[in-house]
Design a protein around this ligand. Structure first.
Ligand SMILES: [Zn+2]
Ligand SMILES: [Zn+2]
Length: 371
């Protein structure tokens, strides 16, 4: 069943009496515009699907006739099913349609450069704020000595004997679109259509050199360990002026000994001694934003959790921040002098049940701290 209700001629921007050539030309132009490698706009993949569907129907005289007479309903009735488009193989699909590459101008194939991976490690506090870091990586760039064709200056690459310079070897196959000639990159010349007889002394005929580069990478606040940032077009150089690949920077967030991160929340502990807990105290705790003075009420219990709202990690997608949860740890004396022991014994004699009785709803408070 058709996936679009829009008029196929309108989608392709051609008149109803457009020739086969006009339809083909229009589809080529639109496909180049809408290909995700080229277009940064949102929603273009959906538009491409519609345009490709329109092309499928109008490029075939039978389905075009059905569509002209009966519209979308006619095609549905005839059991027309548009192909599904996988962008990974779009270039293949394109070469299936036209026998050449999506971005090619006919002739030799302009291969897109390979993607490359880089890695960078940042501190948790930097992940909390967002940070710009220089990331070093090695990238293949066109060789300056030979200008990228791989031939020693003064010599010329010669036409590839396998493919006679077309860069492609052809294979006939059948598919839902009918029988067509499928072009594949020539194995001898790798698709360039030419082979080098006297290789450039600098790049040994590769036409490309490794170059150390540094990129300023903006790492967004709230990034999680292991996430990747894609930097478009900074990867390895393409062949014959093809588009460069992308750089994928994997961000490692180093664990911070003071904090435990869980999702967007931060956990840490605060140590009070038994006297501070009993009498109440003010202590300085570490947070992602730096030291923070906190008051603890008299009678603070071990295991209490203090929630610092909005002091956790920023939300990577969206606004606001997670929480910081502080777990209270109460240290009990381990070694007592005689005098201390005597004082504690005296304290115990003066204690009643009331000394240790819980306030209203301590357990409820504890539960709510854990949500
Ligand atoms: Zn060279
Ligand atoms: Zn070849």
């Amino acid at each position: 069943m058709a996936t679009t209700g829009r008029d196929y001629y309108e989608l392709l921007g051609v008149a109803r009496d457009a020739s086969e050539q006009e339809i083909k030309r229009s589809f080529r132009r639109l496909a180049r515009e809408l290909h995700p490698d080229v277009s940064q706009e949102v929603g273009t993949d959906e538009r491409f699907r519609e345009v490709a569907e329109a092309y499928q129907v109008l490029s075939n005289s039978e389905t075009r006739e059905v569509y002209d007479r009966y519209g979308h309903a006619g095609l549905r009735g005839g059991g027309f099913t548009p192909g599904t488009f996988d962008f990974g193989s779009l270039s293949d699909l394109f070469s299936a349609f036209f026998g050449d590459d999506l971005f090619g101008t006919g002739g030799a194939r302009r291969a897109r450069g390979a993607d490359l991976a880089a890695e960078i490690e940042i501190e948790l506090v930097d992940a909390a704020r967002g940070v710009v870091r220089q990331v070093p990586f090695e990238v293949a760039v066109p060789c300056a000595r030979c200008g990228g064709d791989g031939a020693e200056p003064g010599t010329e690459p010669v036409t590839c004997p396998t493919c006679s310079g077309s860069g492609r070897v052809q294979q006939v196959s059948r598919s839902v679109f009918g029988e067509f000639v499928r072009a594949q990159a020539c194995p001898t010349c790798g698709g360039s259509g030419r082979v080098v007889e006297t290789p450039c002394s600098e790049c040994r005929g590769a036409g490309r050199m490794l170059e150390e580069r540094r990129l300023d990478v903006t790492i967004p606040a709230g990034i999680h360990d292991g996430q990747q940032i894609r930097i478009s077009g900074e990867g390895h150089a393409g062949q014959l002026g093809g588009r460069a690949g992308d750089v994928y920077v994997r961000v490692r967030v180093r664990p911070d000994p003071r904090f435990v991160r869980e999702g967007d929340d931060i956990f840490s502990t605060v140590d009070l001694n038994v006297v501070q807990a009993a009498l109440g105290t003010t202590v300085t705790v570490e947070t992602l934003d730096g030291p923070l003075e906190l008051d603890f009420e008299p009678g603070t219990q071990p295991g209490e959790v203090r929630v610092l709202n909005g002091r956790g990690m920023p939300l990577l997608q969206g606004f606001g921040r997670g929480d910081h949860r502080l777990l209270v740890n109460v240290a009990v004396p381990r070694r007592l002098s005689d005098e201390q022991r005597a004082l504690l014994e005296q304290f115990e004699r003066l204690s009643t049940d009331d000394t240790y009785s819980a306030d209203e709803g301590f357990f409820e408070k504890l539960k709510s701290a854990f949500r």
